[in-house]
Design a protein around this ligand. Structure first.
Ligand code: SF4
Ligand code: SF4
Length: 146
């Protein structure tokens, strides 16, 4: 999923693609679907029908038989508009609840520094998510492009 190299002392994506396979799928919200639709010149309904699966009140990106995301092709085919969940990784909200999740996540993502100080992980994640919220408030109608 490889989102960011803003803090290379914490994370540097190796582009192995492991996070684009399995792990329960990738959740997409309506903003993600709209951005993907614009990128692929499709309607949001077509994106939902062709690439998504219903999951609870929302959707997950579909997976191929080999377990990879439908958009994985050696690299992410929708990189400029990849879903928020993919762009955030590994600086996700779950770390705010329990920074110890970093060690668990690092066991499946070789780009994460498993031994990083958790206080630094927490500080950086909180700042990054706050910046994302400020951006969303400043331009609520903007696409989800990074
Ligand atoms: S959308 Fe792209 S980055 Fe996200 S899981 Fe699919 S292939 Fe990976
Ligand atoms: S598992 Fe980690 S290192 Fe590999 S592509 Fe995903 S984010 Fe990058």
């Amino acid at each position: 999923m490889c989102s960011s190299e803003e803090a290379p002392e914490l994370f540097r994506c190796l582009r192995c693609g492991d996070c684009c396979k399995g792990y329960g799928g990738t959740a997409v919200d309506e903003g993600d679907i709209a951005a993907i639709a614009r990128h692929l010149n499709l309607s949001p309904g077509e994106v939902r029908d062709r690439f998504c699966l219903p999951a609870g009140k929302g959707h997950l990106l579909g997976q191929r038989e080999d377990g990879y995301c439908v958009f994985w092709d050696g690299l992410c085919r929708i990189h400029p508009v990849k879903p928020r969940m993919c762009r955030r990784w590994p600086f996700i909200e779950g770390l705010l609840r329990d920074p110890g999740n970093w060690r668990v996540m690092a066991s499946v993502c070789p780009g994460m520094r498993a031994d990083a100080p958790l206080a630094h992980v927490l500080r950086f994640t909180a700042a990054r998510l706050a910046a994302e919220r400020r951006e969303a408030l400043a331009s609520p109608s903007a696409s989800s492009e990074p």
